[in-house]
Design a binder for this molecule. Structure first.
Ligand SMILES: [Fe+2]
Length: 255
């Protein structure tokens, strides 16, 4: 009998003395622990799930910390980021059901402007309109944001949304001028919500508009700035979004 066959047969024998966690004598494939005995399969899978949940919580905390850091630079950004992350999830649920995919969209929307941490105050906090040179600096923030997240494999999908959040459906956005389905779904959904939030929020220099005015603008830009499917989802979820905008609900829908 060769070594590989012998090991496979050993895996199929009951765990010696039972699972170290639940005591069950498993006849299924078990996972050996070098110095503590064996897990039964159920406890092994459960422990892996707990590890995955713990790392998801750690990343969530990290994402919130980054947004808090950005909020110190530009006070409105943090609240805006939380709102658009929650509201983008309302649209994302029309297309996605996996908690992992929904979490990627949430993190990406939450961190969309994190690259603004690197924009100088003279540009980031300027009250008036930006000139062309200042716009050139401002347009670096999606790439800067995705570079900040690049060392974190668990945030790779979120980093794609961050990189593409200023792209437009008709190809007139930045940094790459992507068009249509070249833009990740999360970023296409986010674009609608970002406009909704920006238009309905007060700014130091203007009052926010009401939901119906923002809705009319979003419908007008369907097929140019926005993916028509994202606008359809917006209309489908109008009642929920209308309430959320009224409440400026900011943290109730994290998956
Ligand atoms: Fe942005």
């Amino acid at each position: 009998m060769d070594m590989k066959r012998e090991r496979n047969d050993a895996d199929l024998r009951p765990t010696k003395g039972g699972c170290v966690f639940c005591g069950a004598l498993s006849t299924g494939r078990s996972a050996a622990l070098s110095n503590r005995g064996c897990y039964c399969e159920a406890c092994y899978l459960k422990s892996r799930k707990q590890e995955a949940n713990a790392s998801a919580h750690a990343y969530e905390g990290f994402a919130e910390a980054l947004v808090a850091a950005l909020d110190l630079r530009e006070h409105e950004t943090g609240l805006h980021s939380k709102r658009v992350a929650c509201h983008t999830l309302v649209l994302a649920r029309c297309f996605l059901s996996s908690p992992e995919h929904l979490r990627d969209v949430y993190w990406g929307a939450l961190l969309h402007d994190v690259g603004k941490i690197g924009i100088p105050d003279a540009v980031l906090l300027k009250r008036g309109a930006l000139d062309e040179a200042e716009w050139a600096v401002m347009r670096t923030h999606p790439e800067a944001g995705s570079r900040i997240l690049a060392p974190l494999p668990a945030l790779a999908e979120a980093a794609r949304l961050v990189l593409c959040h200023e792209e437009r459906y008709d190809g007139s956005g930045y940094p790459a001028g992507l068009r249509g389905n070249e833009i990740p779904l999360g970023a296409r959904l986010f674009a609608v919500i970002d406009t909704l939030d920006a238009m309905t929020s007060d700014r130091p220099y203007r009052r926010g508009v009401d939901f119906d005015t923002a809705k009319a603008e979003i419908e007008r830009m369907s097929g140019s700035q926005f993916d028509p499917l994202a606008v359809e989802a917006f209309i489908q979820e109008e009642a929920t979004l209308r309430k959320m905008v009224a409440l400026k609900c900011d943290a109730a829908l994290v998956p």
